[in-house]
Design a protein around this ligand. Structure first.
Ligand SMILES: [Zn+2]
Length: 156
């Protein structure tokens, strides 16, 4: 059943149970990530929408499929509210693994990258991007990988 939030009380929304389950499994394994999620849920100034495929209606125009993608926006249809729209894609994850067999990826590392790497800094007014060999987003992803006992990511 699709998650509904008729009163607009949650500042993190999921378009389906599957996306919520991926986030929750990382919350169970990483206290740091769980704390950051609580911060996003409590912050009324930013809306986070997470879905499988492009159900969260991101503006990501990927050249190839990837396990996840985040778009940061000011929504002109919602009073220029800050929004983070995140696509999680288990099929795209297979392409990431095929493209970089030396790097450990799973849906938890995808969630760590998109949510902790991109969404959490945006909440605090910053942009943490994918530029360079060891970008801001991957450094932050590694913080959560370490906390969850997952292998470190050596590069973007
Ligand atoms: Zn990224």
């Amino acid at each position: 059943m699709a998650f509904r939030d008729p009163f607009g009380l949650m500042d993190v929304r999921y378009t389906n149970e599957e996306s919520k389950n991926y986030v929750n499994s990382l919350r169970e394994n990483s206290p740091k990530f769980d704390k950051a999620m609580k911060g996003l849920e409590d912050d009324k100034s930013i809306l986070v929408i997470i879905g499988i495929g492009n159900t969260a209606e991101t503006s990501c125009g990927a050249i190839r499929r990837t396990g996840g993608c985040t778009s940061l926006m000011l929504n002109p249809r919602a009073g220029y509210q800050r929004e983070v729209r995140i696509a999680l894609d288990p099929e795209g994850l297979r392409e990431d693994v095929a493209a970089s067999p030396d790097i450990y990826f799973d849906m938890q590392t995808v969630v760590a990258h998109e949510v902790y790497g991109h969404a959490v800094p945006y909440r605090k007014g910053g942009i943490c991007d994918d530029a360079g060999v060891m970008p801001c987003s991957v450094k932050r992803e590694n913080t959560i990988r370490e906390d969850a006992g997952l292998p470190r990511r050596p590069r973007y």
